[in-house]
Write a protein that binds this ligand. Sequence first.
Ligand code: BTN
Length: 335
Amino acid sequence: MPDNSRKRYCHNRLTKEDQIVQYLTSSSGYLSGEEIAQKLRISRTAVWNHINELKAVGFIIESLPHLGYRLVREPDSLLPSLVSIGLKTNLIGKSIYHYDNPDSTNDRADSLAKRGEPEGTVVIAEAQSAGRGRMGRIWLSPRGKGIYLSVILRPSLSPTRTPFLTLCTAITVTEAIRACTGLEAFVKWPNDVLVSDMKVCGILTELSTEADRINYAIVGIGLNVNCEKSDFPTDLKATSLRLETGRDVSRLELTRSFLHLLDNNYALLLRGEYSGIMEHWLRLSSTIGKRVKAETASGKNWEGVATGLDEDGCLLLRLDNGMTQRITGGDVSLI
Ligand code: BTN
């Protein structure tokens, strides 16, 4: 059964619980009930009720008579009130929706976009019951072990330039992984991020177009953070950040880093700085200069050396007969 419960957060519309979490997080010691009650202009009983609500969703909060409340541990969840702590973005994540176990965050984001939710709105889930990958594949989404996140974008971009949305997101995920773990992550055309030559993240970009313009785009990322070997089918060439670093990686820190970096990188795209994005992508690429096999969506196979991207972000292959072939979509594997 898909889960319909959701929690919504807007920077300018914090709930009382969001505010209590933020006060407790920014305080190194105890905060008295009286102090919190005054800040929030509510009664001490109301503070106590909110604290109990927070405990019920997994916050460990110590309460001592005469001293007050102290946050011992945040739950390992991507609740909007946690993701938004210290988040200073201009566009991305100004509004965050959180679901526990929806069918797919891309589908939820799509419904929200149809209802007119603004550009930059983010949808996050702890698990997905019907996570989708490209080309009709399933995206396994074990609870609390990955980042399953979709963003609503409304770029004024020619539909031929839409591959740039995926390129821009791939750069962003790669930079966030490098910054938070020190791992050498690489982008792989068209929509993957690799670590140790294995897939650690996939990107699913879906468009609503009208005539020659994009109504909106939903960009979804599925990032394997703390998955174990047993979470993947044995024949899948996939890895997780935990498997690569040998330690648990904070999904919260990674999510915040991703949102900050996407805010910057998407701004470049909106300013039309395509060549900058392309150069950045090429620097982080594991595909260029290598011999690859491309299988297009129509089932055609091409083999050759990946030489670069064209102005629309499509992959260029130098075939053995010296001709250049432009690949617009499908799957690419290193030979
Ligand atoms: C792929 O590699 O084929 C793309 C995988 C994309 C998975 C993410 S998880 C969040 C968002 N919701 C979905 O149903 N899919 C994307």
